[in-house]
Design a protein around this ligand. Sequence first.
Ligand code: BES
Ligand code: MN
Ligand code: ZN
Length: 496
Amino acid sequence: MVFEVLTKKMDDKYSETIVLSYYEGFTEADISVPVKEAADMIKHLLNEEEFSGKYNEIQSFKLTRKDNPKKVILLGLGKKEEVDIEKVRRIFAKGIKEAINLKTKAVDVYPINTTSELSLSQVTRAMTEGLILGSYKFDKYIKDKKENPVKSICVVGANPDEIVDIDKGVVEGNILSKATILARDMVNEPANVLTPAKLAAIAEKTGKESGFEVEILKEDKIQELEMEAFMAVGRASENRPRLIVMRYFGDKKNKKEIIGLVGKGLTYDSGGLCIKSKDGMVNMKSDMGGAASVIGAMEAIARKKLKVNVIAVVAACENLISGYSYRTGDIIGSMAGKTIFIGSTDAEGRLTLADAIHYIIEKENATKILDIATLTGGAIVTLGSTATVVVSNDDEFYKALESASRITGEKIWRMPIFDEYKELLKSKVADLTNSAGNPQAITAALFVGEFVQDKPWIHMDIAGTAFTSKSSEYIAEGGTGVGVRTIYEMVKEISK
Ligand code: BES
Ligand code: MN
Ligand code: ZN
């Protein structure tokens, strides 16, 4: 279940559980809880040094009363001068997990005291993201599953002008959490269910519900467009490719700028004839993580009605093996006209991205390009699951992503473009080779960069960050939905 956080005025209709948060070093004077039993207990815990507000500290207790609130959860925010939005997101994610453990049905959350760095709407947005994303898990295929007992979450405001700011943050937090969960669900869906056609159908439904236009191109049209590189990758699978085009025009008067988003959409990557090992293949349903990110971002952009024009393209297909497989040693064409030597059938993502990028520039008139892809094992070697590898040819465009990433807590790190790396893309028999060697994440990025013409361009390699086998505060095992919030935030920044 994806639920929405609501806003409510402070009144005497408490919910079953209240969540309160305190900075480290809080005193009895800071405990402004109207319920006397709760206030007494917090004082007691403070004096007994059982709860002091240190970051990550969490305490809960039940009250001996018939009326609500019956349970209290205390969260430690740490030192006031050290608090930031990511900490808020994480601690409230822990808070909701505690509420679930306590089998709570309804929760009232009180916003934290703001600081000069953190506005009330920023705080409530981060809280909302933590609360919703922290309770996510992918269990639709488990018959005997534990239902989430929490059915309602309210953020409580004391006075009317507070409510306006709280509401602003909660609304944006709801939109972004829902979009992130949409992306997580798509990544978690196995490849026998989530085929290219199914991915296209989800994009279509999302567009209808949130307000952007979707066009699905089938094979005849893809052929007509001469997307030979894309076609080569999808050739062996019975699940035929789809080109998914999503258009959102929130700023119709602006004819100058269309932001182009391209997401890698391999619904499965077996490696092709260069077959992966069993361990290397087992999670390759996640190879459409980039596509999931751009579909999720489009949903959030459209629902928030950002004043900006954005087009997103996904070249969706499956990299399998059959008598029709493309081979190593093949020389294939591309929509841009460049020929490509196939050094590895497992370096398939860059082939699909090359055609999708050429398409979005030539046919959709995109003026700036951001591509996002689970592109290389090299990205995992480089930055692990902590941060996304980024390559960009434009400092200003990159800056917008960087400041977005600071707001969302999704870490990125920029890799260099050196001529020596570009040299590695050369082939003796074709214009380019698709397996250019080390450093993998950079050479793969620069291959993609060969197709962006002179446009400002950002490349995000999310191979390490799109899927995780280790959960953290607001990220469950499986698809993470990385990129959704950061792309939204970057687009919002540009739209200002
Ligand atoms: N989809 C993979 C990259 C990947 C690996 C994503 C692990 C997530 C986790 C990509 O298509 C791939 O196979 N890349 C090759 C490139 C090589 C053949 C040049 C790789 O990283 O080994
Ligand atoms: Mn591959
Ligand atoms: Zn792949």
